[in-house]
Design a protein. Structure first.
Length: 611
């Protein structure tokens, strides 16, 4: 999934005539202007966002100063982001895109729609607004929640992405600790501003965020992960200095007081927060949700249409699961109840111990290795960077999703990673693990994202931007592709896990639109998903809380998956025996993340060429 992963979220592209071909001289002029603007926007996006620079491995050389900083998150930063977006949009609209083709059309279309979509949404007056930011989604309604805010993202970012090879890197880490305190105060100010306008997360979100903040504040300054991280890594590199002691001073004098001020703000929300889970209960909530749906699905599908899509797809998947369960002799009760019973069988549960959790990591690595051997039959281009399976940090696992991927750096110094949440092994039955590995690692997010990063012909912005419908749709398509490869030929339970994953994403369409459009309660959404798919209630509760603060994002998966499958079948039908699965995959992934409308143009162009 792409939620916390340090990739970027953007929106859809509408109405780009990507493959028109007027006069040659005009083509050259328009393409040159578009390519130059796209390149400059990419460079500016890195220059204004230190986390993005680190994420891409570009915080060196002329940009070395970015390694000591964090992006601002205050009210002034919101205003600057809007002003910059307006400036970019004026330049974008000055270019005639009708003659653009290929990568020029795709990349220009990406930045054009992103700027237009955000400009149309700038009037909401609350939440996060950003063209490019690896730590947030655009139009995120709550600056601070159980899944949003510097307190939640920065410690993990500093530990896993801020590299320490030299004393200068360690000094930059200390500078970022001080910046962390400043960002906390900026978010406290911005969140207070939003709360005064009636934008307060639901009470259950406030409570979970406070629990996590207090967990971050609980250790002594010397024992906190912020201090131990720099101590461990400087020791590993033999970098002399009292790094732990200096970090602890910053934590004690700067970060903890700022964190306490944020905790105090959220405490004032308790009497004012309600149990209303959906955006409909916030100012301009219906319009805010519609804007998020468009950004996340890269379509203009209405909430009611998506809700019905989820019901229809869930019904079809349940029928397939029912047949498999009956073949295993499991005939009593709903599919959800039978899957819940399967998940409780001792043979499917790893011990909830450190040894059991280590076994899960080992099994995931084995599944990824098996998939690596199968990939050359289906892909002409494969990533060079490897992917590592890691555990979600214990400090944030209570509110974190079940799994997510982090892309490798541009320079290859940091491999890709697949993080799995091991807070409770009951949430990770054996039959569910293979499809999770295929989704997050290979042939899913790691393959797709790393191919873009390693493609030297792509502009920087096309390496950075991540479209949820395209990327999460691909990850679900990857689960289906694994099934088509035959990985479940002798593993009916594994196939049930794959179908349960598809059902999970289909039922998300229902739950997300239920919360924000049909005004469901949190409890109603939890009960629907538990009863439908049979997942652990604790895991589903975490998921529903995620949908509350990331509206629309959960809808991107199955909408995108349906389009990937439709386009492949459309190409197969057109080409017949000339259809080449390697060519389809290589072509569709060659331009980086794109909206679904652009993906269709890319595939149609490939079909026309081969027809």
């Amino acid at each position: 999934m792409i939620d916390r992963r340090r990739l970027l979220q953007t929106g859809a592209l509408a109405g780009v005539a990507a493959f028109a071909a007027p006069a040659f001289a005009r083509d050259q002029t328009a393409a040159a202007a578009a390519d130059a603007l796209v390149a400059r926007i990419g460079e500016q996006a890195v220059d204004i966002n230190p986390q993005l620079a680190t994420n891409l491995g570009l915080d060196t050389g002329p940009r070395a100063g970015l390694k000591s900083a964090l992006a601002g998150r205050g009210l002034q930063d919101r205003a600057r982001a809007i002003a910059l977006n307006e400036a970019w949009l004026a330049e974008i609209r000055a270019i005639d895109a009708s003659s653009l083709t290929g990568q020029s059309a795709a990349s220009f279309g990406v930045v054009r729609f992103q700027a237009e979509a955000l400009d149309a949404a700038k009037g909401f007056g609350y939440g996060d607004f950003g063209f490019v930011d690896p730590s947030v989604y655009p139009l995120q309604p709550y600056t601070v929640s159980q899944l949003t805010g510097a307190y939640q993202a920065t410690p993990d970012f500093l530990d896993t992405q801020h590299s320490i090879e030299t004393a200068a890197d360690a000094e930059a880490y200390l500078s970022r600790l001080s910046a962390f305190a400043q960002v906390l105060d900026q978010e406290t100010e911005a969140s207070g501003h939003d709360a005064d306008r009636g934008v307060i997360p639901p009470i259950f979100i406030v409570a979970k965020a406070l629990d996590q903040m207090r967990a971050l504040r609980a250790p002594t300054a010397a024992e906190t992960g912020l201090s131990r991280s720099i101590a461990r890594r400087t020791a590993e590199k033999g970098i002399a200095g009292d790094w732990s002691g200096r970090a602890a001073v910053i934590v004690e004098r700067e970060i903890y007081p700022a964190l306490e001020r944020q905790i105090a703000l959220l405490e004032t929300w308790r009497p004012r927060a309600t149990t209303d889970a959906g955006l409909w209960a916030r100012p301009q909530g219906e319009a805010y949700y519609a804007a998020n749906l468009r950004l996340m699905t890269t379509t203009d599908l209405a909430p009611e249409t998506i809700h019905q899509m989820g019901l229809d797809q869930s019904r079809d998947i349940l029928s397939r699961m029912d047949a498999l369960l009956k073949a295993e002799g499991m005939t009593e009760g709903t599919v959800g109840r039978r899957m819940a019973a399967l998940g409780r069988q001792p043979s499917q549960i790893y011990p909830n111990t450190e040894a059991g959790k280590a076994r899960i990591l080992a099994d995931l690595n084995a599944q990824i290795a098996d998939m690596e051997a199968r990939l050359p039959q289906y892909f002409g281009r494969l990533p060079k960077a490897r992917v590592e399976v890691r555990r979600v940090p214990v400090a944030i696992e209570a509110g974190a999703p079940g799994g997510y991927a982090v892309a490798p750096s541009l320079d290859g110094s940091r491999p890709g990673a697949f993080y799995i949440n091991l807070r409770d092994t009951a949430e990770c039955p054996r039959f569910s693990l293979p499809t999770l590995a295929y989704h997050e690692a290979l042939p899913g997010h790691h393959l797709q994202g790393t191919l873009a990063i390693e493609n030297t012909r792509l502009p920087l912005i096309s390496k950075a931007l991540f479209f949820s419908a395209h990327g999460e749709g691909w990850a679900l398509y990857s689960e289906q592709l694994a099934d088509e490869m035959g990985v479940y030929a002798d593993d009916r339970f594994g196939e049930l896990g794959y179908l349960q994953s598809l059902l999970f994403r289909a039922s998300r369409l229902v739950a997300d639109t239920g919360l924000h459009h049909k005004r469901w309660s949190r409890e109603q959404a939890i009960r629907y998903m538990v009863d439908t798919g049979g997942d652990e209630e604790s895991a589903i509760a975490t998921e529903i809380d995620r949908y509350c603060v990331w509206p629309g994002q959960a809808c991107s998966y199955k909408v995108g998956h349906a389009e990937w499958v439709r386009l492949r079948e459309k190409a197969k039908s057109s080409l017949g025996d000339r259809f080449d699965i390697k060519g389809f995959h290589d072509t569709a992934l060659a331009t980086g993340g794109v909206p679904l409308s652009v993906l269709e143009r890319i595939v149609d162009s490939w079909v026309a060429t081969h027809a």
